[in-house]
Design a protein around this ligand. Structure first.
Ligand SMILES: [Fe+2]
Ligand SMILES: [Fe+2]
Length: 199
């Protein structure tokens, strides 16, 4: 029996690539935006997309890369460090308003970091993942499901997302280190969006 025109199932690298394209488009829109409220809205969308995307990768995709892809541990190690840098800037941006004079510069740096990270994922990690023989269609299903759940949740306090992975014993330490770093820089001006970090 012919298969007809049933659409081939998407593999997880294609699924993540779509997210990458979406964020890239949002950064492009930000570069063209002039209006403060439009910028604020775009930053919110960028933070949401990046938060959900990173979480899906860390929970659903990176463990498979680590366990099944060649050089998986190194690739994931590097990717997680990049996620941390990205989340640090995201946390700063989450406390800024559209009129903040550092907003454009921070979004530009975030965009550069994300571009670099995406390039490495697509050129190296995804290639090795495809070569690994892992079931990438099943992984795409899991990623899709997790993304839908996360998209339905409110964006959490960005401080919380600075804690990466399952570093159980040092849960607080990481945040403290980043906070210490933060105090050496200019204090965030607008804190209206910041939620209190749980004690
Ligand atoms: Fe990533
Ligand atoms: Fe990614």
């Amino acid at each position: 029996m012919p298969r007809g025109k049933a659409k081939a199932a998407m593999d997880v690298t294609e699924f993540l690539h779509e997210d990458h394209m979406k964020v890239s488009e949002l950064f492009f829109q930000f570069s063209k935006a002039e209006d403060e409220s439009e910028k604020e809205d775009l930053v919110k969308q960028i933070l949401t997309e990046l938060h959900v995307h990173a979480k899906v990768e860390e929970e659903v995709v990176y463990p498979t890369v680590e366990n099944e892809a060649e050089e998986g541990e190194e690739l994931v190690g590097e990717a997680e460090v990049e996620h941390k840098m990205i989340k640090y800037l995201m946390a700063e941006l989450s406390q800024m308003s559209g009129e903040d004079e550092e907003l454009d510069a921070k979004v530009t740096v975030l965009c550069e970091l994300v571009k670099h990270h995406v390039r490495e994922e697509e050129k190296e990690m995804f290639k090795k993942l495809r070569e690994s023989g892992a079931d990438l269609e099943d992984l795409a299903e899991q990623a899709k499901e997790r993304k839908e759940e996360l998209m339905a949740e409110p964006l959490p306090s960005m401080n919380a997302t600075l804690e990466i992975g399952e570093e159980e014993e040092e849960e607080g330490e990481e945040v403290e280190q980043i906070k210490a770093l933060d105090t050496k820089r200019a204090p965030a001006r607008k804190r209206s969006n910041a939620r209190k970090r749980s004690a």
